[in-house]
Design a protein around this ligand. Structure first.
Ligand code: ADP
Length: 287
C-alpha cells in the first residue's frame, strides 16, 4: 500500500482558520492582487457589480481563497459550489435565481460543466437572464427568468479544457502561479502563527521548500510536523524535529512522496525512461 499524506483531508474548520480573508493576508501573486484591487475599486466607484472573473491554476494555490477575499472587499455574499455537483439545468438555475444584487457565485472546476449547462450560462452571464425549457415534447414551454446583477467567479485547474465561448464571457481572467520558496516560507510562518506554534524560521523554510510551491500542501505538512513536535519535542518545531517528521512522512527534499518516487522508479527502471502510458503506470504503481 502506498501512502499519500498530501491528500488526507484536514478538518474543514482547521482549513478555514488558515484561509486568508483580506488582501493583506494573501501572500504572493502580487500582479494579480494589484490588478484585482484596481478592478474592485473601479466597480465600487461606479456602483456596478464586478465583471465575471475566471481564476485558473493548479489545485491549492488560492483560487477559492481569492474568491472569498474579493467578496469580502465588495461586501458581497458568496455562494460556493462546484461544477461536479451541478448536473441539471434546474440545479444551475436554482443557484442563479437565489442570487441578489452584487452577490457572487463561485463555481469550482467550471471546465467540467456540460455543454447544456454552458448554454444556460451564456445569457446568464451576458444579459442576466436564463432561458429554461419546462416539460418535454409538444407540451414543452420556454420561460425566461431575469437575474440580478451578480458576479460569476469560475475556477479551473484545466484552463485548456474550458470552451472558448465560455472563457470569452469572463471579463477578468487571472492565472495563479506557483509560489517562490520565500513566499512559501511566509505562508508557513503565517499559518504557524495562527496555529500558535513555537517554530524555528529554518523549519518554516524547510516545510515551504518541500511543499511543491503549493500553500495547501504546506498547511497539511505543517500540521503533521506539529504532531511530531507535540509528541516528541514538547511542541517546539525545531529544524531537527521538522526534518525527522518530514522523513517519517516520506516527503523528500524535492517534496516528492512515496507514490511519486514509485512512479518515477517505474518510468526509469521498468520502462527504461519511457514512453509509457498513464494506465500502465497506474497498474504498476498500485499493484
Ligand atoms: P484552490 O481553490 O486554488 O484549490 P484554496 O484557495 O482552497 O486553493 O487554498 C488552499 C489553502 O491554502 C487555503 O485554505 C489557504 O489556507 C492556503 N492559501 C492559499 N493561497 C494562499 C496565500 N496566497 N497565502 C496564504 N495562504 C494561502
Amino acid at each position: 500500500m502506498t501512502e499519500r499524506i498530501f491528500q488526507a483531508e484536514d478538518s474543514s474548520k482547521d482549513e478555514e482558520s488558515l484561509r486568508p480573508t483580506k488582501f493583506d493576508d494573501f501572500i504572493g501573486q502580487r500582479d494579480i492582487l494589484e490588478n484585482l484591487k484596481v478592478f474592485i475599486e473601479a466597480c465600487k466607484k461606479r456602483g456596478n457589480s464586478l465583471d465575471h472573473v475566471l481564476l485558473s491554476g493548479p489545485p491549492g494555490l488560492g483560487k477559492t481563497t481569492l474568491a472569498g477575499i474579493i467578496a469580502g472587499e465588495l461586501g458581497s455574499n458568496l455562494t460556493i459550489t462546484s461544477a461536479q455537483v451541478i448536473s441539471k439545468g434546474a440545479d444551475l438555475a436554482r443557484f442563479l435565481t437565489l442570487l441578489n444584487e452584487k452577490d457572487m457565485l463561485f463555481i469550482d472546476e467550471i471546465h467540467s460543466l456540460s455543454r447544456n449547462l454552458e448554454e444556460i450560462l451564456y445569457p446568464a452571464m451576458e444579459d442576466y437572464k436564463i432561458d429554461l425549457v419546462l416539460g418535454e415534447g409538444i407540451t414543452a414551454q420556454s420561460v425566461q427568468i431575469p437575474l440580478k446583477n451578480y458576479t460569476l467567479v469560475g475556477a479551473t485547474t484545466r484552463n485548456g479544457m474550458i470552451s472558448e465561448p465560455l472563457k470569452n464571457r469572463f471579463g477578468i481572467q487571472l492565472r495563479l502561479d506557483y509560489y517562490t520558496d520565500e513566499e512559501m516560507k511566509q505562508i508557513v510562518s503565517r499559518s504557524a502563527t495562527i496555529l500558535n506554534l513555537n517554530i524555528e524560521e529554518s523549519a518554516c523554510l524547510e516545510i515551504g521548500r518541500r511543499s511543491r510551491k503549493t500553500p495547501r500542501i504546506a498547511n497539511h505538512l505543517l500540521r503533521r510536523v506539529r504532531d511530531f513536535a507535540d509528541v516528541k519535542n514538547d511542541g517546539f518545531v525545531s529544524i531537527e524535529i521538522c526534518k525527522i517528521a518530514l522523513e517519517r512522512l516520506g516527503v523528500d527534499e524535492l517534496g516528492l512522496d512515496n507514490t511519486d518516487r514509485k512512479i518515477l522508479e517505474c518510468m526509469i527502471d521498468r520502462y527504461k525512461g519511457g514512453p509509457v502510458g498513464l494506465k500502465s503506470i497506474a497498474v504498476a504503481v498500485v499493484s
